[in-house]
Design a protein around this ligand. Structure first.
Ligand SMILES: [Zn+2]
Length: 452
């Protein structure tokens, strides 16, 4: 019975009191087919559930950069390269156009194709890979030479991501209306609170305070940015963000077994460099958020933190951001070290999306929530928190991918979702969610925003 509910991911439903009598013989490791799951859900008559949950608390987001880039040309709906090129041909001729939403699992661009376009900087959806065309280089002239020459150097890009995002941000004129509009959009998507994982400019914090959004976010900054801030603004930074590898979208997440195309991804630091960096964070008494997606990066994070813990008897308050390919062994160690995992149910879909680049073994290892919760003992809301990374921002995809991911090992219950991904109460508003077990779909509606 337990196994049945585990696979269906419905153990949390209100009907739990009258658990139906269903026999389901599970072989070890056997995964029931969708058909058999459907048959059983039909029998137990829990196909559509309506319930209310609090608004989202997104633990990993980029509200400022997203607000700034929200009016950029977006390629998310351009399914073919021809479509994408024709959209970009219409871009402004006399300014640098930041293009977002490009997924390199659909198509890539040749240099000569880009050189026929107006000035563009194309950002991969992962924001770990960028294309700059000739017209942009001409427009920038002799400024930003370092970025222009090293943009194709993966390791440099991963190490200097905060600098690159700052550069991209600086090309876009800013207007306070953008932040207001963006937070309104977030609320329509069911999100009340969104942590800003990378502060791009010092003035953003006073701005958020002035506009009244400071209590709906929490700021992280890279160490260089942090040291450049005034003491007053430093106090408002919760912690330091460190990238230890890249992303699956740009094939730069550091893997132990190479991508199908042969690359192994990028480890940004040596163990020693990473140790020195985390020690610096400990000295300034801040928390640290270590971006680690690939198993090689996560293993390095654990090795280094173990070393620091052995030497000093403690580590700074630590989060691993993404932890997408965390193994059982690393998960055990992370738990023992008191690390919080900050993960994205949205990314469970990468088990299907990145079959073009990852082995079957890796595809099955993505977001192993059941292992983390059932076997290792991570507790949603305590040392396992959830966020979107803006891909996309809202509750609908987040909840649907949490309840109905590609793999049984990725299923979260509604209760786990609420504990790890929602505001503690309905004070700021609530969401009415309808869960259709048979169609494996979720629909959501934002209700009673701002009610006490
Ligand atoms: Zn992020």
């Amino acid at each position: 019975m337990v196994a049945l509910f585990f696979y269906l991911g419905v153990a949390h439903f209100p009907e739990r009191g009258n658990e139906p009598e269903v026999e389901f013989d599970l072989q070890t490791d056997a995964i029931p087919s969708r058909d058999s799951i459907r048959q059983i859900t039909k029998k137990i008559n829990i196909m559509v559930t309506k319930t209310k949950i609090p608004l989202l608390k997104d633990h990993h987001s980029h509200p400022f950069l997203s607000a700034l880039l929200s009016d950029c040309i977006n390629l998310k709906d351009a399914q073919t390269k021809a479509e994408a090129l024709s959209i970009m041909r219409e871009a402004h001729k006399d300014e640098i156009n930041i293009i977002v939403g490009w997924s390199n699992s659909w198509y890539s661009f040749e240099e000569h194709e880009l050189d026929q376009l107006p000035p563009v900087i194309i950002c991969n959806t992962s924001f770990h890979c960028f294309l700059i065309n000739r017209a942009t280089k001409e427009k920038l002239g002799t400024s930003h030479q370092e970025i222009l020459t090293l943009m194709n150097d993966e390791k440099w890009v991963e190490k200097n991501l905060p600098k690159i995002l700052k550069f991209i941000g600086s090309l876009k004129p800013y207007h306070p209306k953008q932040v207001k509009t963006f937070y309104r959009y977030l609320l329509q998507q069911g999100v009340w609170f969104a942590e800003e994982m990378l502060l791009p400019f010092e003035w953003v914090i006073p701005l958020f305070k002035e506009l009244g959004y400071f209590d709906r976010t929490r700021f992280w900054a890279d160490i260089e940015m942090f040291h450049s801030l005034s003491q007053e603004v430093q106090k408002d930074v919760y912690g330091i963000k460190v990238f230890t590898d890249g992303a699956l979208g740009s094939k730069t997440a550091a893997l132990k077994v190479p991508y199908s195309s042969g690359e192994k991804g990028v480890l940004v630091y040596s163990d020693e460099e990473l140790r020195a960096l985390i020690n610096q964070v400990a000295e300034i008494n801040k928390a640290v958020a270590l971006h680690g997606i690939g198993d090689r990066a996560i293993a390095q994070i654990i090795t280094v933190l173990n070393k620091i813990n052995n030497e000093q008897g403690k580590i700074p308050p630590t989060r691993i951001e993404h932890g997408t390919l965390i193994s059982r062994h690393e998960a055990q160690q992370a738990k023992a070290l008191g690390i919080t995992l900050s993960m994205q149910p949205n990314f469970s879909i990468n088990s299907e999306r990145y079959q073009d680049r990852l082995s079957e073994h890796y595809c099955r290892q993505i977001n192993p929530f059941r292992m983390l919760i059932d076997d290792i003992g991570f507790v949603p809301g305590q040392d396992l928190v959830f966020g979107s990374d803006g891909m996309p921002f809202g509750v609908q995809t987040a909840l649907e991918k949490a309840l109905f991911p590609p793999l049984p090992s990725q299923v979260l219950t509604l209760d786990e979702f609420v504990k790890g991904y929602c505001m503690p109460d309905h004070k700021n508003g609530l969401l009415e969610v309808t869960i259709d077990e048979e169609k494996r779909r979720v629909s959501t509606e934002v209700k009673k925003v701002g009610y006490a």
